[in-house]
Ligand binder design. Structure first.
Ligand code: ZN
Length: 182
């Protein structure tokens, strides 16, 4: 059961007039509660040829390594969101360079936006949601202990692009073959 955030009455599943999808509609005030994809912003932060990863102190994927990233907030830009998440999770300040990887993950209604960035002073730490942060060279990446397929995709792109010294935008759709939970 769910309740209307406008008036507190029950909602029911139905297709509103002129719509084509089932929505949660309030039985009392007819408010339609739309649910839309969420945007996750993050950074591929580089310092002297190494990549900054964070070990998750939260579920899901506790103890595994990820790029600093999280839900975009209202009233911020994607660049600000990426810098904020890097500050919160890795206690690091970054210069955002450019948009680098975007992933559609339609199965879970998420859009992942990752910017290539430079650590400003090489300093980093561990925020509330992080056990530890660390800089990794390519041969040091814990490939078997990455939290999400989007993290692995981004790192694979980066180390391949690094050989060409060219970092084009990668836009991909991550499918249901793999286990994507963010
Ligand atoms: Zn209502």
């Amino acid at each position: 059961m769910s309740f209307c955030t406008a008036c507190g009455h029950l909602t029911q599943d139905k297709v509103p007039l002129g719509d084509h999808q089932i929505r949660q509609v309030c039985v009392n005030c007819d408010t339609i509660h739309y649910v839309n994809p969420k945007v996750i912003c993050g950074a591929l932060a580089i310092w002297q040829d190494k990549v900054l990863l964070c070990r998750r102190a939260i579920e899901p994927r506790y103890g595994l390594w990820t790029l600093p990233a999280g839900y975009m907030e209202l009233f911020e830009t994607m660049e600000q969101g990426s810098a904020r998440e890097t500050r919160e999770e890795a206690e690091a300040e970054v210069d955002i360079e450019h948009l680098y990887c975007m992933y559609n993950i339609p199965r879970i209604g998420q859009i992942y936006v990752l910017f290539k960035a430079q650590l400003i002073d090489g300093k980093f730490g561990a925020g509330e949601e992080t056990i530890e942060s660390k800089l990794f060279a390519e041969h040091e990446i814990p490939w078997e202990q990455l939290a999400f397929p989007s993290v692995e995709r981004t790192l694979r792109h980066y180390f391949a692009d690094k050989k060409q010294q060219d970092y084009p935008l990668h836009l991909e759709t991550l499918g249901s073959r793999l286990d994507h939970t963010g």
